[in-house]
Write a protein that binds this ligand. Structure first.
Ligand SMILES: [Fe+2]
Length: 375
């Protein structure tokens, strides 16, 4: 145990790899790990934070559990594969046409792949009514119900005591941090905006900022991935929703070791009481650094939604916000569950037979023709 424990802490850049239970390493099994070159773990590669390709070899064959070889934790690998839309370049947004989505499964696949790769996608030519918008979402899966209802169609009237139902400025955040299983997708369609201006929509890529943070300061990345927090939704009298476990800002996937989910919502983060002042200081410094990246204007994608164009995004990755507005806006949309989105995308991309033939083949995630490369 001390060998791995101390190695994990010496190897600052990658120590997050050993700070949690991902490999089911416990006191009972650690004694069976075969040391490599007498150090327990071998580290090779660059040492600067810019060049964080370190290879760790752990031999667990004797345990009959798993073999981990050539495990990389380069900055490029700490987040699942993705592309970043650069707002400064002004390239065309990923988009698909409503009629094509409604009539061709190939375009549904293109739509979902855009969301997987870029984190968001626009749908053009949507009929300006809630019924068509709901039908559009249902091309992916059923709309997820929450304590706010299912498919929503609302104006800024504070029906629900949540900042989303006001006309105030809303900083970039992810939704549903208070659920054990936050909704994966969220779709917005602005049906009308009369007698006023404002209300531009903001998207910020939480993965891109996490990657930047890991390169800038691995310790900050580490603390946001390991320090778990309480989250809650308690605005209305009849609910006080909290996830089953305290959850970190960056959630690490147990098979791929990549960040696959971001929780970032200052409105929903509950005070954490049982932590050491040292951890508190570290966490707030890390949060401040991450927030600085999230609010840097070069990372902000601002768009003005208009009737007929729906925006859908990956709520496990993209933060969203809104500038304040005047007048009356009518907005509709809904959430889609992670499992149903991934099921639809995998089946369309790989075909049912391949998906069924790879059930549980999580070790094949590195291969782009394995359904587990999408998660
Ligand atoms: Fe929101």
């Amino acid at each position: 145990m001390p060998q791995v424990h101390s190695s994990g802490h010496k190897a600052k850049d990658c120590r997050h790899l050993f700070g949690r239970d991902r490999y089911q390493i416990s006191a009972g099994v650690m004694g069976m790990i075969a040391p490599i070159h007498g150090t327990g773990l071998r580290r090779t590669g660059g040492t600067s934070s810019q060049d964080r390709t370190h290879t760790y070899k752990i031999q667990l064959e004797k345990l009959g559990i798993v073999t981990i070889s050539d495990f990389f934790c380069a900055a490029n690998d700490i987040i699942r594969p993705f592309e970043v839309y650069d707002p400064l370049k002004g390239n065309a947004y990923p988009e698909v046409a409503f009629d094509d989505v409604m009539s061709k499964d190939t375009v549904v696949l293109k739509w979902l792949e855009n969301i997987w790769v870029w984190g968001f996608c626009f749908v053009k030519g949507v009929p300006v009514n809630p019924e068509s918008t709901k039908t559009l979402i249902e091309r992916i899966a059923f709309v997820r119900h929450t304590h706010y209802g299912g498919f929503w169609d609302f104006t800024a009237d504070l029906t629900f005591k949540d900042t989303a139902y006001t006309n105030e400025w809303l900083g970039a955040h992810t939704d549903n941090t208070y659920f054990t299983d936050p909704a994966r997708l969220q779709l917005f369609h602005l049906l009308s905006h009369t007698d006023g201006t404002g209300g531009a929509s903001l998207l910020v890529d939480g993965f891109a900022a996490a990657k930047e943070l890991a390169i800038q300061n691995p310790d900050f990345y580490d603390i946001l991935a390991t320090s778990r927090h309480p989250w809650h939704a308690s605005g209305n009298e009849d609910v006080c929703i909290q996830p089953s476990t305290l959850e970190p800002v960056f959630k690490i996937h147990p098979e791929t070791n990549a960040v696959y989910q971001v929780r970032w919502n200052n409105y929903d983060r509950a005070p954490k009481s049982d932590w050491h002042p040292l951890e508190q200081r570290k966490w707030y410094r890390a949060a401040q650094a991450y927030n600085k990246l999230l609010t840097r204007h070069t990372n902000e994608i601002w768009t003005q939604l208009e009737p007929g164009t729906a925006l859908i995004f990956d709520n496990w990755r993209m933060l969203h916000g809104r500038s304040e507005f005047t007048g009356k806006r009518r907005m509709c949309g809904g959430y889609v569950n992670n499992d149903d989105f991934i099921s639809r995308l995998r089946l369309l991309k790989f075909g049912r037979e391949k998906v069924l033939n790879n059930l549980g083949n999580t070790r094949g995630w590195k291969s782009s023709d394995n359904p587990y490369s999408i998660y």
